[in-house]
Design a binder for this molecule. Structure first.
Ligand SMILES: Nc1nc2c(ncn2[C@@H]2O[C@H](COP(=O)(O)OP(=O)(O)OP(=O)(O)O)[C@@H](O)[C@H]2O)c(=O)[nH]1
Ligand SMILES: [Mg+2]
Length: 357
């Protein structure tokens, strides 16, 4: 009897758990170098534990891990790409996390599988906001068709965005058909996020101060769509007024190369109001871009951009790592600082030192 019960228990262990235990065990034996084949098969089977492990590998700054990660990315590349990638940005407190919870649950109800990759520029300083996100995305974070993962790999080649790009590919191979990349709007990050996503959604507050609007103007040009958040209670009239104001402002922006005209929506994540309209706008954009060839074209351009950026950075790092180069640069910097050498001549001297000039 006892033996039978014991066997029953073992048979009830899900295959994912068994494969995870197997990988952990193998890793201990191999001093934590993961098996690419196991990771690949696990990802293609939709195993979340192995997907998470693969992302950790991709984010690692250890050169051995990076070589394995590059191999893994090449292996899963043919299975990736089949998702809609949505970048979501907005100032702190605009309601990004709450919106993603509501919007994400809507997408899942439509039968989609959603991965949320949160880039947190401050995550090295405080891990708190990630914890906050998990509580704000209460339903999403436990839903079997959703996967939430904060991105952190600053200091690695290509920076956080490049790692998020690779993480996107892994999530796609694991069967997620919608990827949301969330970032706090603090300047630089928006440009980077627009380089790794198909649709760039800007969340806005109604009636925010003039300085805030100033920051947003440049970013507005990149937006494929805008949403005024918190359109509920007393705020609803302000939100409607802001919608007309932004729609007018967009009207004066240079037209998008694909012919897409960005739209402005209002929503309340609390009341689930306007969420379906945002989803419909993104679907409309998707069809528009696919039918006129801009969807593929943009992705190809993004690939080329990533290649060039990584090449630049890789070459730069290699050169700087050569013996004596850093010291030489520091000496030249001191002279540039005290005006005894022009920046132009200083660069020329570095190139000569590297036998490139
Ligand atoms: N009234 C109202 N409040 C909202 C709504 N959505 C979010 N909030 C509130 O706005 C505050 C900020 O929301 P978050 O979702 O954390 O905003 P965030 O943009 O993710 O903020 P950071 O992660 O700090 O950048 C919270 O107190 C939310 O409860 C909404 O639809 N209506
Ligand atoms: Mg947030």
């Amino acid at each position: 009897m006892d033996g039978a019960r014991h066997d029953d228990g073992r048979n009830n262990i899900p295959p994912q758990t068994i494969s995870t235990i197997f990988v952990l065990h193998t890793n201990i034996l191999r001093r934590a170098l993961p098996d690419i084949h196991v990771l690949k098969e696990g990802i293609l089977a939709g195993d979340i534990a192995l997907l998470s492990r693969a992302i950790t590998l991709v984010e690692s700054t250890n050169p051995q891990h990076q070589a394995l990660a590059a191999q893994l990315i090449d292996e899963i590349l043919p299975y990736s790409g089949k998702s809609l990638r949505i970048g979501i940005t907005g100032v702190p407190g605009v309601g990004k996390s709450t919106f993603i919870e509501s919007f994400g649950m809507h997408l899942i109800a439509e039968g989609r599988k959603l991965a949320v990759l949160a880039i947190d520029p401050s995550s090295n300083i405080s891990k708190g906001s990630i914890l906050g996100d998990k509580t704000r995305m209460e339903q999403l974070s436990v839903h079997p068709h959703a996967y939430i993962r904060p991105s952190s790999a600053s200091g690695s080649l290509g920076g956080v965005t490049y790692k998020t790009r690779e993480t996107t590919l892994l999530c796609e191979a694991a069967g997620f058909d919608t990827i949301i990349v969330e970032t706090v709007g603090v300047g630089q990050s928006e440009t980077e996020v627009s380089q790794i996503t198909d649709f760039f959604l800007l969340l806005m507050l109604a009636g925010a101060g003039d300085e805030l609007q100033g920051i947003k103007r440049g970013i507005m040009e990149m937006a494929d769509g805008m949403v005024i958040t918190k359109a509920d209670g007393d705020n609803i009239h302000k939100a409607k007024a802001a919608r007309s104001e932004y729609a007018r402002a967009l009207h004066f922006m240079p037209p998008n190369a694909s012919g897409w005209i960005p739209e402005v929506k209002i929503c309340s994540s609390y009341e689930n109001a306007g969420i379906a309209e945002v989803a419909a706008m993104i679907d409309k954009f998707h069809h528009h871009q696919v039918s006129n060839g801009h969807f593929e074209q943009k992705r190809s351009n993004q690939n080329l951009f990533a290649f060039r950026q990584l090449l630049n950075e890789g070459l730069f790092r290699r050169l700087l790592a050569q013996h004596g180069v850093q010291d030489h640069i520091h000496q030249l910097e001191a002279r540039v600082l005290n005006h005894t050498l022009s920046p132009y001549t200083a660069v020329h001297q570095v190139l000569q030192h590297l036998a490139l000039g």
